[in-house]
Write a protein that binds this ligand. Sequence first.
Ligand SMILES: O=C(O)c1cccc(C(=O)CC[C@H]2O[C@@H](n3cnc4c(=O)[nH]cnc43)[C@H](O)[C@@H]2O)c1
Length: 214
Amino acid sequence: MAKILIMTAVEAEKEAVERGIGETSGIDVAIAGVGPAQAAARTAFALPKDEYRMVVSVGIGGGFKNRAAIGDIVISDRLIAAELGAESSQSFIPIDELGFGTNVITADDSSVQRLSSRLIEKNQRVHTGAILTLSMVTGTDDTAHALIHRYPDACAEAMEGFGVATAAAEQNLPVLEIRSISNLTGPRDKENWNIKEALASLEPAGAAIKEVFA
Ligand SMILES: O=C(O)c1cccc(C(=O)CC[C@H]2O[C@@H](n3cnc4c(=O)[nH]cnc43)[C@H](O)[C@@H]2O)c1
């Protein structure tokens, strides 16, 4: 049976996910690197190495205030390249409207729901919604508010999901993104990042991927 490919940005995320998965031959976890370009390139490089039926981008991320708190898990129903488009004096114009492709890749709804239910059974706090992919961590309330204004269903932001999804889509493979929240989006405040708690939440995420899909 074809396998599942999980892409994490860094080794610490990979190790956390692998602890949750335990022993299995049906899932490979690979390092995507940080940022959408490297994530797309590394995913495209990994996919021909085996036969895969699904790709999952997993890692820590920033939660939008009042939508996801530190330690919570967000599962994407839409993976969005939040900055892919053009700025105008009036508003942001997404690349779809410019006629050059899309900045939204949609996840399979039943996969999102099954994974969400499994994580709730594991007593995780779970949200489903859009996850934004950015090249720069949001560092002001103004930017966070502008992003929410542009994407009202956004729950979290990170830097790899749309890159991973773009490589998967090129192979007509379904994709999911799962983020455990390490920080809230807004003013840069490293003291309030809790990477340890977010990495701990990636373990049940890995276990749930295995139990639901593998
Ligand atoms: O600003 C710093 O000093 C700093 C220190 C440690 C890590 C960073 C990162 O930018 C990590 C980016 C990495 O983690 C994901 N991530 C986590 N939170 C966010 C966020 O609020 N916005 C975007 N990305 C986030 C991201 O996917 C990268 O893999 C900075």
